[in-house]
Design a protein around this ligand. Structure first.
Ligand code: PEP
Ligand code: MN
Length: 351
């Protein structure tokens, strides 16, 4: 349920109403938008009478029920105002959101050694990326495949952060590793295979680093948004949703089917910013540019692109990784598409 306050409602009145709602056993959450203040209410609101709440203050403009199964992540919960995720990095704050430039996250699938991770960081930074990605802990289908260097790779990511000033995005697979990874990472990635690892979702929800939540390979959009709801329900609203391709009947020519329709669909359902990953989405480096262009044209807030100094020798995901030279070219072409979209020139909001 949301309570929309009239423009100019005094702060003291909002606080008074918040306390009164708490006494009713609800959890009020104040959401300050560009024009209005909205109080989000979660809890057992089904039995609450809308008129009863309406009468609690003359400053209430409207009381509305959130009809979706996901509450805090829904666009209704913020009364149509898109949220932004602002990530402090050594090079300055980077903002993910519909009214900001497209943020590009690039780097290898796995952190292999110091030289390659630092070199990749410097190259992707020079091309315009704002974050370095790279896995220290890798979720692999085979237990015999390279599993990532683990803790020692976190130190290498720290070295690459120091050398480049880029923010770091890296995957966390185990609740026991969250604190350790959060010491180095600027954004914690939850991979497709862990999208419904509820213990992990609760754990990252209870800490304060932003979270990149990848869509499970067989997850519906509702499943994905409900997974995000777990993180917000624990108090962390800094979540970015990443589409990375889903499994369908056809996987002959691409590794997954990259669902670009999520861009307008998510925009109609949730206030959270989004990312598209054409590298895992297609599994082939030669298709990355086309899908990345499409994603920008449709309106994604950010992209994740795998880049490796020598893809043929990569310990994981070589076939989908771009060389640094190819990435330079891709970034130039993407900048042209972004210019055409007029992104950031008019504010995107539903109200
Ligand atoms: C990755 O980002 O390297 C990764 C393993 O992604 P996903 O969880 O989407 O497969
Ligand atoms: Mn990968």
């Amino acid at each position: 349920m949301i309570v929309v306050m009239k423009v100019g409602t005094p702060e003291a009145e909002i606080n008074r109403l918040g306390s009164e709602l708490k006494e009713l056993g609800l959890t009020p959450e104040k959401i300050v938008g560009a024009h209005k203040v909205v109080i989000g209410l979660v809890g057992d609101t089904a039995t609450f009478n809308i008129e009863l709440i309406q009468e609690m203050s003359p400053w209430i403009e409207n009381v509305l029920r959130v009809e979706k199964p996901f509450k805090r992540v829904s666009l209704e919960y913020r009364h149509g105002q898109y949220s932004e995720v602002v990530v402090p990095t050594p090079n300055g704050d980077v903002t993910f959101g519909p009214n900001h430039p497209v943020v590009v996250v690039a780097g290898p699938c796995s952190v292999e050694n110091e030289e390659m991770i630092v070199e990749t960081a410097l190259r992707v930074k020079a091309a315009g990326a704002k974050f370095l990605r790279g896995g220290a802990y890798k979720p692999r289908t085979s237990p015999y495949a390279f599993q990532g260097h683990g803790e020692s790779a976190l130190e290498l990511l720290a070295a690459a952060r120091e050398a480049s000033g880029l923010g770091i995005i890296t995957e966390v697979m185990d609740t026991a590793d969250v604190e350790k990874i959060a010491e180095v990472a600027d954004v914690l990635q939850i991979g497709a295979r862990n999208m419904q690892n509820f213990a992990l979702l609760k754990k990252v929800g209870a800490q304060n680093k932003p979270v990149l939540l990848k869509r499970g390979m067989a997850a519906t959009i509702d499943d994905w948004l409900m997974a995000a709801e777990y993180i917000l329900a624990e108090g962390n609203s800094q979540v970015i949703l990443c589409e990375r391709g889903i499994r369908t009947f056809d996987s002959k020519y691409t590794r997954n089917v990259l669902d670009l329709s999520v861009i307008p669909v998510l925009r109609s359902l949730t206030h959270l910013p989004m990312m598209i990953d054409p590298s895992h989405g297609t599994g082939k480096s030669e298709f990355v540019l086309s899908l990345a262009k499409g994603a920008i044209a449709i309106g994604t807030d950010s992209l994740m692109i795998e880049v490796h100094p020598n893809p043929k020798k990569a310990l994981s995901d070589g076939p989908q990784s771009l060389t640094p030279d190819a990435f330079d070219q891709v970034m130039q072409e993407l900048a042209e598409v972004e210019k055409l979209t007029g992104r950031g020139q008019k504010e995107l909001a539903t109200v």
